[in-house]
Design a protein around this ligand. Structure first.
Ligand code: IDP
Ligand code: MG
Length: 139
């Protein structure tokens, strides 16, 4: 199915390592339009809620503590075929397996601290965007 919006976060490692500008440049150079953008920080409670789908996974507690360890950048992005094209742009979850030139290959160091999030479906893009942005924060 073809979709036109996705949701992303630049994760705490991407922010702490100074990659906000480079990552946003890669995203816009790939043809994504920014619909909403926010520099913020998740509490551990909010991070737990965002990643609730992974609550049974062994890495869940580490993921929640990592995602609340520092500021992040959240964004809603628009492009034809947004979900699939953005997953291609960021590369595999494990940066060691991410294709050359992808955001995770360039800016991430480990499977847990992997620089960026990308929605995996239309439905989740909607839910995740709504988690961070009200209607009047989208342009
Ligand atoms: P995705 O971010 O590529 O969609 P998911 O499987 O949805 O990957 O996992 C969500 C996040 O959980 C990953 O981006 C990564 O930060 C973390 N994660 C996934 N698998 C592992 C793992 O095996 N060890 C540690 N962290 C993991
Ligand atoms: Mg995922």
């Amino acid at each position: 199915m073809s979709t036109n919006r996705t949701f992303t976060m630049i994760k705490p490692d991407g922010v702490a390592n100074g990659h906000i500008g480079a990552i946003i440049n890669d995203i816009t150079a790939a043809g994504f339009k920014i619909i909403a953008l926010k520099y913020t920080k998740l509490t551990s409670e909010k991070a737990g809620e965002f990643y609730a789908v992974h609550s049974a996974r062994p890495f869940y507690n580490d993921l929640v503590s990592f995602m609340s360890s520092g500021p992040i950048v959240a964004a809603i992005l628009e492009k034809d075929n947004a979900i699939e094209d953005f997953r291609t742009l960021i590369g595999a979850t494990n940066p060691a397996e991410a294709a050359k030139g992808t955001i995770r290959q360039k800016y991430a160091k480990s499977i847990d601290a992997n620089a960026v999030h990308g929605s995996d479906s239309d439905e989740n893009a909607q839910i995740e965007g709504d988690f961070f942005f009200t209607a009047d924060e989208r342009f």
